[in-house]
Ligand binder design. Structure first.
Ligand SMILES: Nc1ncnc2c1ncn2[C@@H]1O[C@H](COP(=O)(O)OP(=O)(O)OP(=O)(O)O)[C@@H](O)[C@H]1O
Length: 240
């Protein structure tokens, strides 16, 4: 398994008049191709801060983030280029452009990257098909349900075939059934395409789709102990 995203003892401290806020404290994480990692945590636990650093939009106060083995703090690393070519993000709301159709919204990142028109058409059609929205290609966001809009957002995130997908509470604005469908969709696409994904959520129902679950509590990230790890060691390993 190839690790594409790695955080090493990453911390982020926000200074404030009332004292420093340690939003993330010494977080370690490694995510491999095709792996869906869910970071569960309550509001204020530090999820957004962690994802922002993983995506290279904010720098850790200490520790380091590596993408494809490249340290984002290394001056030799072209972070904007990495962000454009290797990373895609999904947020609580799809953030679609209202005057553009679903297909035109999905096309935006391809236009920015100057992909040629025939290739754009092919990839947009494929992305909309993957999220089950081929029939809605010409509709504008205002004509789509919240779940459909979020699916357009997912198509737009995946049309660049990113190595890494970061999703910050992608189901928070949706009812639980639609949220479950969106999470199923993300899990399927991540596994089919071999994307490394980190999904932050406070929705416990989302954890079932994860390959691994981490819990973030007051900025401290811990792997959720598997049932096996929770078992009492047997034989010589037993400690009393
Ligand atoms: N720019 C900032 N300046 C000061 N404090 C901040 C800043 N950003 C986040 N914090 C603080 O860091 C902590 C973690 O915030 P963060 O937004 O990462 O949590 P979260 O788990 O994403 O919460 P939510 O689910 O509500 O978005 C909070 O105490 C927050 O107030």
């Amino acid at each position: 398994m190839t690790v594409v995203l790695r955080a090493e003892t990453v911390s982020r401290v926000f200074p404030s008049a009332a004292g420093d806020v340690v939003a993330v404290r010494d977080a370690d994480l490694a995510v491999a191709q095709g792996e869906l990692v869910v970071v569960a945590g309550r509001s204020g636990a530090g999820k957004t801060t962690l994802l922002t650093m993983l995506g290279g939009l904010d720098a850790p106060t200490s520790g380091r983030v590596l993408i494809d083995g490249a340290d984002l703090a290394d001056p030799a690393t072209d972070v904007p280029a990495l962000r454009g070519s290797r990373i895609a993000s999904i947020f609580q709301t799809a953030g679609l452009i209202p005057v553009l159709s679903a297909a035109e919204n999905v096309e935006v990142p391809l236009r920015i990257r100057r992909v040629d028109p025939a290739e754009r058409d092919r990839r947009v059609a494929e992305a909309l098909r993957d999220v089950g929205l081929s029939d809605a290609a010409r509709q504008r966001p205002g004509e789509l349900s919240g779940g459909q809009q979020q699916r357009v957002g997912i198509a737009r995130a995946l049309v660049m075939q990113p190595a890494i997908l970061l999703a910050d509470e992608p189901t928070a604005q949706l009812d639980s059934e639609t949220g479950a469908q969106i999470m199923d969709l993300i899990a399927r696409l991540v596994h089919e395409r071999g994307t490394a994904a980190v999904v932050a959520t406070h929705d416990q129902a989302m954890l079932a789709r994860a390959d691994r679950v981490f819990e973030l509590h007051d900025g401290v990230l811990r792997a959720r102990a598997s049932e096996q790890a929770a078992e009492v060691p047997s034989g010589d390993d037993r400690r009393t």
